[in-house]
Design a binder for this molecule. Structure first.
Ligand SMILES: [Fe+2]
Length: 280
């Protein structure tokens, strides 16, 4: 049996005794995947991975997706990387960030919810971390759905939401401008295809509107849902150490990044596991 410990009441599990450089046999990979589905986030501490090893380790849990970032948003430091690994860093050369998502805080979001076929999971591996700050905070949206007040559950049930992303971290552009670029409409409550559990599927950074409701009413409902799903009881806050490999489920969780000192380096490698079905 794969050994693990929960990281908080609802969210996150630390997997013990696994060296991700080694191939996992199918049964072990399946056990880890089941822990991942139930706890939304899994953590492997003290790993020592090359980019190729990170890609192989990620592939234990699904098919890797090509990085989806359009060319104009693709950072210069990616040129020498394994093409399946995204560089997330605040390192700059000639004043320009060499990696994606360089600075500071980032609001709660689901990765790629603005696409028709959002990614299933994201794996992040820490190469260099600041002495403080830059924590990633996760919320379990199965648990948040189960605890959602009935009135809000009814407001979301059967409803679609417009999700858009403009590659900003802490603000929304004008909804129409964003929607014209990168957007997708998905159910506001999603059924997880593995566990068949329901999870809330809207987030503060990217969800623009509940389709078919007047703007004021939509905003009021969404604000209350965002406040609900970001409550401490659903959260796990991950303080990064070098060598952490952490994978989260984009179908059932949101995550946010806390601010970190601009004069310290934060360098992560990211791989992405492709989605298999349109959200339903
Ligand atoms: Fe993200």
């Amino acid at each position: 049996m794969v050994a693990f410990e929960k990281l908080s009441q609802h969210t996150g599990a630390e997997i013990r005794g696994i060296d991700l450089r080694q191939p996992l046999d199918r049964d072990v990979a399946k056990q880890i995947y089941d822990i991942f589905v139930e706890h939304c986030v899994i953590l492997f501490r003290d790993q020592d991975l090359s980019q190729d090893e990170l890609v192989r380790a990620s592939a234990n849990f699904g098919n890797l997706a090509a990085p989806g970032r359009p060319a104009e948003f693709r950072p210069s430091g990616m040129a020498e990387m394994n093409p399946q690994v995204m560089l997330i860093t605040n390192i700059r050369e000639d004043g320009k960030p060499i990696g994606a998502l360089p600075d500071g805080e980032m609001w709660f979001h689901h990765d790629t919810i603005h696409r028709e076929l959002p990614t299933k999971a994201t794996m992040l591996y820490s190469v260099q971390v600041p002495t403080y700050g830059g924590e990633t905070v996760f919320s379990n949206l199965f648990a948040a759905y189960e605890a959602l007040p009935l009135e809000l559950k009814q407001a979301l049930e059967g409803r679609q939401a417009l999700n858009a992303y403009s590659f900003n971290s802490t603000y929304k552009d004008d909804a129409n401008a964003v929607a014209a670029r990168n957007h997708a409409i998905h159910p506001a409550i999603r059924t997880h295809e593995d566990s068949k559990r329901k999870a809330i599927y809207v987030n503060r950074l990217m969800t623009q509107q509940l389709v078919g409701l007047p703007e004021d009413e939509s905003r009021d409902i969404l604000e209350r849902v965002f406040d609900h799903i970001e409550q401490p009881e659903f959260l796990y806050e991950h303080a990064w150490r070098k060598g952490d490999a952490l994978m989260w489920d984009n179908r059932s969780s949101i995550h946010a990044r806390k601010d970190f000192p601009a004069d310290q380096i934060r360098l992560m490698w990211r791989t992405v596991i492709a989605g298999e079905t349109r959200p339903f």
